[in-house]
Ligand binder design. Structure first.
Ligand code: NAD
Ligand code: LMR
Length: 338
C-alpha cells in the first residue's frame, strides 16, 4: 500500500495493542518529536539499528512525509507514523523505549532555561501519555532544559502512580561525545579510544567533565583543563552560534541519542556491563537528580556509580554545578506540581 496508509490514525487502542505485541523479535521504540532537526536523523539511525523491530514516529507536524521517506530503507524495523495529539496514545501503546526530542531549540543569546516555558508543557503532556499507555517503558528525555524536564517527567509519573526511577533517563550523552572528541584532539588520539565521565547536569556549569578520570589515563596542564572544561560546557552554545538562529545541535545529538538508546536496548536485552552517563534520580549527591555513570540492564538503571576521586578543580566545579542544578530541579518540580 502507499506508504501514507501506514499512518495508524484509524486504528483503535486494542488493535494497536495486538499489532504491537505481534511484532518480530526486537524492541519497539517510539520517537516523540520525530519530524524535528534531531527527530529526523534520529529516526533514520534507529531504523538502521538491528535491535529495533518496530519504530513509531510521532510529531504534531510532518510525520506522513518523514514516515514515507524512512520506511523505504531496506532494514528490519517496521516504521509507522502518528500525527497530532489525537494519535499520541496509539503511538505509545506497547513501546519498550520512548525517546523524546520534542520541543523548541535555542537561538543565539538564549540559555537552555529560556526554553522552559514552552518545553515544560510539551514534556508534561507527552509523559502523561507514556504513563497511560506504556508505563513500563524506558524513557530517554532529550528536550531542554534537561535539568528541569527530567524532574517534570518524574513528577508526572509519580502523580500517575507509576514512577520507576530506573526507567527515566535524561540524555547527557552529547556532553560525553563532545568531551571524548575535544580530549582526543588535545591528546592526539582517536576519539574512539577515549572515554571521559561527564557528571552533574546538561547546561553550562552543571556540565562537569571529570578530566582527572580520562581513559586512557593522562594528565593535563592547568591551561588544558581550563580550555577543555570551558569548551565542553559551552559546546552547545558553540553550535547554536554557528547555526546563527536556525537551531542547535541536531546531527551530533542524533548520533549521541542513538548511542545512548542502543545502550538502553542492550541493557534490556541482558548484555553485561553496559555503562553510560545519564541524568537520573540519584543518591550520589544530596540532590534528587544528578548525572553520573550508570549501569543499564533489564529494568533500565540497575546501578548508579559514585563519582570517584575528584581533583580540587573538579570539587570546586561540583559545588557550582550543584547550586544551579538545585534551582533547575526545583523549578521543574514546582511546574509539574502546579
Ligand atoms: P526542532 O524544532 O527542529 O524539532 C522539534 C520537533 O518537536 C518539531 O518537529 C516539532 O513539531 C516537535 N514538537 C513540538 N511540539 C510537540 C509536541 N507537543 N509533541 C510532539 N512533537 C512536538 O528542534 P530540535 O533541534 O530537534 O531540538 C529539540 C529539543 O532537543 C530542543 O528542546 C533542544 O534544546 C533539545 N536538545 C537537547 C540536547 C541534549 O543534549 N539533551 C541536544 C540538542 C538539542
Ligand atoms: C546541546 O548541548 O547542544 C543542546 O543542549 C542544545 C543547546 O541548546 O545547546
Amino acid at each position: 500500500p502507499p506508504v501514507h496508509l501506514q499512518m495508524e490514525g484509524n486504528l483503535g487502542l486494542e488493535q494497536m495493542k495486538c499489532r504491537a505485541k505481534g511484532g518480530s523479535a526486537g524492541f519497539k521504540v517510539a520517537i516523540l518529536g520525530a519530524s524535528g532537526g534531531i527527530g529526523q536523523p534520529l529516526s533514520m539511525l534507529m531504523k538502521m539499528n538491528p535491535l529495533v523491530s518496530l519504530l513509531h514516529l510521532y510529531d504534531v507536524a510532518n510525520t506522513p512525509g518523514v514516515t514515507a521517506d524512512i520506511s523505504h530503507m531496506d532494514t528490519n524495523a517496521v516504521v509507522r507514523g502518528f500525527l497530532g495529539q489525537q494519535q499520541l496514545e496509539d503511538a505509545l501503546v506497547g513501546m519498550d523505549l520512548v525517546i523524546i526530542p520534542a520541543g523548541v531549540p535555542r537561538k543565539p543569546g538564549m540559555t537552555r532555561d529560556d526554553l522552559f516555558n514552552i518545553n515544560a508543557g510539551i514534556v508534561k503532556t507527552l509523559c502523561e501519555g507514556i504513563a497511560k499507555c506504556c508505563p513500563k517503558a524506558i524513557v530517554n528525555v532529550i528536550s531542554n532544559p534537561v535539568n528541569s524536564t527530567v524532574p517534570i517527567a518524574a513528577e508526572v509519573f509519580k502523580k500517575a502512580g507509576i514512577f520507576d526511577p530506573r526507567k527515566l533517563l535524561g540524555v547527557t550523552m552529547l556532553d560525553v561525545v563532545r568531551t571524548n572528541t575535544f580530549v582526543a584532539e588535545v591528546l592526539g588520539l582517536d576519539p574512539r579510544e577515549v572515554d571521559v565521565p561527564v557528571v552533574g547536569g546538561h547546561a553550562g556549569v552543571t556540565i562537569l567533565p571529570l578530566l582527572s578520570q580520562v581513559k586512557p589515563p593522562c594528565s593535563f596542564t592547568a591551561d588544558e583543563t581550563n580550555y577543555l572544561t570551558s569548551r565542553i560546557q559551552n559546546g552547545g552554545t558553540e553550535v547554536v552560534e554557528a547555526k546563527a538562529g536556525t537551531g542547535s545541535a541536531t546531527l551530533s545529538m542524533a548520533y549521541a541519542a542513538v548511542k545512548f538508546a542502543e545502550s538502553c536496548l542492550r541493557g534490556l536485552r541482558g548484555d553485561a556491563s553496559v555503562v553510560q552517563c545519564s541524568f537520573v534520580a540519584s543518591q550520589v549527591t544530596e540532590l534528587p537528580f544528578f548525572a553520573s555513570k550508570v549501569r543499564l540492564g533489564h529494568h533500565g538503571v540497575e546501578e548508579i556509580y559514585p563519582l570517584g576521586p575528584l581533583s580540587e578543580y573538579e570539587r570546586a566545579g561540583l559545588d557550582k554545578a550543584k547550586e544551579e542544578l538545585a534551582a533547575s530541579i526545583n523549578k521543574g518540580v514546582a511546574f509539574a506540581k502546579k
